[in-house]
Design a protein around this ligand. Structure first.
Ligand code: ARG
Length: 596
């Protein structure tokens, strides 16, 4: 499990060293190396540096060139020249490229390094609400959170997952009271079908319970007051009340798992630690905040005020930790959770994958916890995400103006994917696929498409949920990437005796170089994406990879190359491309079917 430094990193290091040798006062200056069309890499850090030191950038660049150590044996830099106002254009040796890729391929992690000092991160994501349907907002939190978990774990970080589900609050009084008075409301035959159908059936029962209890609540004053009285019974842990509460939560979990199953994400029951888990800590949170003066009573409510948080009329908007009737809200629970995560779970970093519309809430909660001494400065961070929009550019709703059910969306994505799969199979000469095979592939294609569309948009941006675009074979979609993967696999099915072997002695064609240099950047990309919590850097990288692969494939015959060595070398590039696509997509939670 060796780390394999990329050629970019090696070249960067050499130019940096040369820079310090040529100009000791520039010892820590960044040569600003990047990939370039003119050469393999271009360094333009000499410009700013010369300006700072009042020198001539071209002269400085020339000095750096002279100071570069020549190592004949293991030559990485094949050619270097000063160009334009003082850039360095750097070409690396073909042999170095292939040798580096060979080392990368030999490592099962493809040379991706572990973090130097891994810590513990608690990540709060996928937090649906009990007795309610999941919607596209929960989709985003689940998909982004899942990708971030994988990226961090891949870097060796210890990750503790927390699904802060909405399983507490006054609305449970109504549901539980109704169940007490209609004890058979949730009864059903045992569900033997798959997770998805069992989940759907559970949600249907919960919807029915919600509708009937709501109707009674709105029409019958006596029921309303019995429902309200049920809330303190729940809060104080009355056994009958709690048992029914559990029943409702369990029904919901059955439903959530059905959705997770279809979404192909693993959510583990012990990680589902909802709002209710912090119930016993809330009194203490309030007491400590009040005693330390971080929170003050205002019109009976316990509030925290902030200099810079004001309502439209200019009056300060406080964070309300306890309502004037004594009830606790969302904020109190989040504060108790922070104490638990930092204090007991010993987290160094807290992440919250939550809708950007809750940013003010988290800003206030984090600041309150910091003032109270529960949260080190900068240890908590929201990864806010934008809203999913309909084609009309407004938040995604059904024609009737209702929230779109996540399951319906996923079903539709799989259905569309099925027609893409059928078409592809027919045109690719695979003939009739069995319906089972179509469904299996469609599942991986459709769900992959939804995840990819979500991840490839930068997190904070709103995006339009457009299934036609998502399952398209053209453009920046997972289908395009899965197709690239399947194409490589099909070459291997036809390769016969030929094996992938790197041949550093061969000269590379331009399309091979471009592909190879990009392959070499995989580890660097993953490190940045993980360290900056930006899964979309991985999607952008993989899309570029598939594009470069296509170009390579069009320009460089693989099985019919001029020589056996060349075929082997190209097969090696194919193989590494497939492996990178596979590992990269797996980290994003997207499957790579062998055929499409
Ligand atoms: N259940 C909330 C919702 O559906 C999200 C919870 C976010 N996490 C948290 N710690 N507050 O909007």
């Amino acid at each position: 499990m060796a780390t394999v430094p990329s050629l970019a990193a090696t070249v960067h290091q050499r130019v940096s060293d040369a820079l310090s040798a040529a100009l000791p006062e520039a010892a820590s200056a960044d040569p600003l190396l990047r990939r370039s069309d003119r050469a393999d890499f271009q360094a333009n850090g000499m410009l700013a540096l010369a300006k700072k030191l009042k020198g001539n950038p071209r002269e400085l660049a020339a000095k750096v060139t002279e100071a570069l150590p020549v190592d004949e044996e293991n030559a990485v830099i094949a050619h270097i020249e000063v160009s334009g106002p003082g850039f360095l254009n750097i070409t690396v040796a073909d042999a170095a490229i292939m040798a580096n890729l060979r080392a990368r391929r030999q490592d099962e992690r493809l040379g991706v390094p572990y973090k130097d000092n891994p810590g513990t991160t608690v990540i709060d994501y996928s937090q649906p609400n009990v007795a309610k349907e999941m919607h596209v907002g929960h989709l985003r939190s689940t998909v982004i959170g899942d990708a971030v978990v994988h990226l961090l774990e891949h870097r060796g970080e210890k990750v503790i997952r927390r699904h802060h589900i909405g399983d507490w609050g006054t609305n449970f009084g109504m549901l539980i009271q109704y169940l007490i008075e209609h004890p058979h409301e949730l009864d059903h035959e045992s569900d033997t079908a798959g997770a998805k159908d069992a989940g759907e059936a559970a949600m249907a029962r919960l919807n029915r319970l919600y509708k009937s209890s709501r109707a009674l609540f709105d029409s019958d004053e006596d029921f309303k007051s019995r429902a309200r009285d049920r809330v303190p019974a729940l809060q104080s842990g009355d056994p009958e009340t709690l048992a029914l509460w559990h029943k409702i939560v369990d029904e919901s979990k059955t439903y959530f798992q059905g959705v997770y199953d279809e979404l192909d994400v693993e959510i583990r029951d012990p990680d589902i630690v909802g709002e209710s888990a912090y119930n016993d800590d809330l009194q203490q949170v309030v007491k400590d905040l009040e005693e330390s003066g971080v929170a003050v009573r205002s019109e009976g409510a316990l509030c925290v005020f902030f200099e810079d948080v004001k309502g439209p009329d200019g009056t300060p908007t406080p964070l309300i930790v306890q309502k004037s009737n004594g009830g606790f809200g969302y904020a109190a629970t989040d504060l108790a959770a922070i104490r638990n995560r930092i204090g007991e779970l010993k987290a160094d970093t807290l992440l919250y994958v939550v809708d950007a519309r809750q940013s003010l809430h988290f800003r206030m909660v984090f600041e309150t916890a910091r003032r109270a001494g529960w949260l080190p400065e900068g240890a908590a961070r929201q990864l806010p995400f934008g809203t999913v929009l309909g084609k009309d550019g407004k938040p995604f709703k059904t024609r009737e103006g209702e929230t779109v059910r996540l399951v319906d969306l996923l079903d539709e994505a799989v259905e569309r994917a099925a027609s893409v799969v059928r078409e592809k199979a027919a045109s690719g000469g695979e003939g009739e696929l069995t319906e089972e095979e179509v469904q299996r592939r469609a599942q991986q294609v459709g769900i992959g498409a939804v995840k990819y569309a979500d991840l490839s948009n930068s997190m904070t941006r709103d995006y339009v949920f457009d299934l036609d675009r998502m399952v398209s074979l053209q453009g920046d979609t997972s289908v395009y990437l899965q197709y690239a993967y399947a194409r490589v696999r099909s070459i291997f099915r036809k390769a016969g005796e030929l094996r992938p072997v790197a041949h550093p002695e061969l000269e590379l064609a331009p399309a091979e170089r471009a592909l190879a240099l990009h392959l070499d950047a995989f580890a660097d990309t993953l490190v940045t994406a993980a360290d900056e919590y930006e899964p979309h850097k991985v999607t952008a990288y993989l899309y570029e990879l598939a594009t470069l692969y296509s170009r390579f494939f069009e320009n460089c015959p693989v099985l019919k190359a001029d020589t056996k060595e060349q075929s082997e070398n190209r097969l090696f590039l194919c193989d590494l491309t497939a492996e990178v696509l596979h590992q990269g997509l797996a980290l994003l939670g997207i499957r790579t079917p062998e055929r499409l």
